[in-house]
Design a protein around this ligand. Structure first.
Ligand SMILES: Nc1ncnc2c1ncn2[C@@H]1O[C@H](COP(=O)(O)OP(=O)(O)OP(=O)(O)O)[C@@H](O)[C@H]1O
Ligand SMILES: [Mg+2]
Length: 272
């Protein structure tokens, strides 16, 4: 079984690669001597190029699960393998490294640096990854082009519309070419027209081979993904295909999988 070995970069070309294996994940919070069980025995797998919605009422554990998937938090119990690496049980420093390499985050509130322009915001994860500056610049420029913001590179967040800010945040999430793109209510702060633009971008990224998990309260958004995992009181209540045809995937399946597009910057150390 490959799952216990360190992540092999070549694995990504394999259409059967498991991006996520979660086994009986639980997360307890201790609050004033009382234990709040935010997640309780959650198990599922995600394969490469899945597009999944996580839904459920407020307090059901969606963000808690996203934080664990994104290596921002560790489970109290259970096992988590991310892209072939067992991350449950890792130290904070190891988690940070895995997070930087394998995870792209998109938040409801964009979380951009206000004083930095779009280019700098997008470059930042590459700074942490130790990528040389000319290479950083090249990749940030390319990814901003991919989200159609090539003409807004020098703009700071307050000089951009809400939808543009979220696209900068998506570019930042993508610039490391992560195995997994996680978005927690990515359209929650956008009007419906701008939200639609962002959803179309996710659909395009999915068609290009990315693996995407989106937390949403909106049943219409969930219906546009391929699979819906519903949480309630920290457990998976249902985990079903939405019935949305994977048409976009079929038209875009590429032999090399994500990262092989001619316009996509292939990070060093990874087969293009
Ligand atoms: N840091 C924390 N300390 C204590 N309890 C917490 C903490 N974070 C979350 N919880 C509790 O864990 C449960 C799950 O919270 P979580 O934030 O995952 O819910 P959610 O599904 O994301 O809700 P929402 O839709 O409102 O964002 C809730 O009961 C919450 O009160
Ligand atoms: Mg939440």
């Amino acid at each position: 079984m490959k799952a216990t070995e360190p992540a092999a970069r070549g694995d990504r070309a394999d259409g059967e690669t498991l991006v996520v294996r979660a086994e009986m994940l639980s997360r307890d919070y201790v609050m004033g001597g009382e234990i709040v069980r935010a997640l309780s025995g959650v198990s599922f797998e995600l394969r490469r190029n899945e597009y999944v919605a996580i839904v459920g009422p407020s307090g059901s554990g969606k963000s808690t699960l996203m934080n664990i998937l994104g290596c921002l938090d560790t489970p109290t119990a259970g096992e988590y393998w991310l892209h072939g690496t067992r991350v449950s049980g890792m130290s904070d420093a190891e988690l940070a490294r895995v997070r930087n390499r394998e995870i792209g985050f998109v938040f409801q509130t964009f979380n951009l640096l206000p004083r930095a322009n779009a280019l700098r915001n997008v470059e930042l994860p590459l700074v942490y990854a130790g990528v040389p500056s000319s290479e950083r610049r090249r990749r940030a420029v390319a990814v901003l082009d991919r989200v159609q913001l090539g003409d807004r590179r020098e703009h700071r967040p307050n000089e951009l519309s809400g939808g543009q800010r979220q696209r900068v945040a998506i570019a930042r999430a993508l610039v490391t070419d992560p195995a997994l793109l996680l978005a927690d209510e990515p359209t929650g702060n956008l009007d419906s027209k701008t939200g639609e633009e962002v959803l179309r971008l996710f659909e395009r990224l999915h068609a290009e081979g990315h693996t995407i998990v989106v937390v949403t309260h909106d049943p219409d958004i969930a219906a546009r993904t391929q699979r819906r995992i519903a949480l309630r009181d920290g457990v998976i209540e249902s985990d079903e295909p939405t019935g949305t045809a994977p048409a976009a995937v079929a038209t875009a399946a590429r032999p090399g999988g994500p990262g092989s597009s001619a316009s996509w910057p292939a990070p060093a150390g990874r087969p293009a």
